[in-house]
Design a protein. Structure first.
Length: 208
């Protein structure tokens, strides 16, 4: 074998491959012991510092404040874990909108902009909508005229995991851009758990 030191027998190709495979497997096992789930999660990136320290960076921290950029290791449980090599859905996070009045906005603010409040007894469903124009129409033309809304309308934008919406068909109320989901009130807490990042205010309208 070219380049092999004089006086030493060159190993067979199969032996070289077997040796390399053993080294890789040991490294992977070391990573699993050190980092836990981060070692083979497709959202995790292994980094090496200038001083030779090894750490793992979580890419989900860029989307969701619930995930630390540098998790405390080893990670044993994680709601964002997805094994490396599993297929990734290109649009796994869906952007939705919600028109609200003053009272509902106050409750959302109290949650740290992370959850929508429980429905009232006369509200069997939670209605997030798919298009900003539809949410704007409701906030501007209805909430600003509603005393219970404080005569104020807000358009909220948030993102939710696509998998959490599979059980709910898209409903169309009128024109083609009047599309919404009907989330049963009893399932709103579970829906909130699938919100990625923070709920944000994108528009505000006030009655005359």
């Amino acid at each position: 074998m070219p380049g092999w030191p004089r006086g030493m027998d060159a190993p067979q190709v199969g032996a070289v491959i077997g040796c390399y495979s053993a080294i890789v497997n040991v490294d992977r096992e070391d990573d699993r012991q050190r980092a836990g789930l981060c070692a083979d999660c497709r959202h995790s990136r292994k980094r090496l510092s200038d001083r030779g320290s090894v750490f793992w960076c979580c890419e989900l921290s860029k989307l969701d404040v619930r995930f630390a950029k540098y998790p405390r290791l080893p990670v044993r449980t994680c709601i964002g874990y997805a094994r490396e090599g599993t297929p990734e859905i290109a649009d796994e996070v869906v952007e939705l909108y919600r028109p609200v009045g003053e009272r509902e906005l106050a409750l959302i603010r109290e949650s740290g902009w992370r959850a929508f409040p429980a429905r009232l007894p006369h509200q069997p469903f939670f209605y997030p909508v798919l298009h900003k124009e539809y949410a704007t129409q409701i906030a501007r033309d209805w909430n600003t005229k509603d005393e219970a809304s404080g005569f104020v309308g807000y358009v909220l934008r948030f993102r939710v995991r696509q998998t959490s919406l599979k059980a709910y068909p898209i409903r169309t109320a009128g024109s083609s851009n009047h599309q919404e989901y009907w989330i049963p009130a009893a399932e709103l807490e579970k829906f909130n758990e699938n919100i990625v990042g923070l709920i944000e205010v994108v528009s505000e309208f006030r009655g005359a």
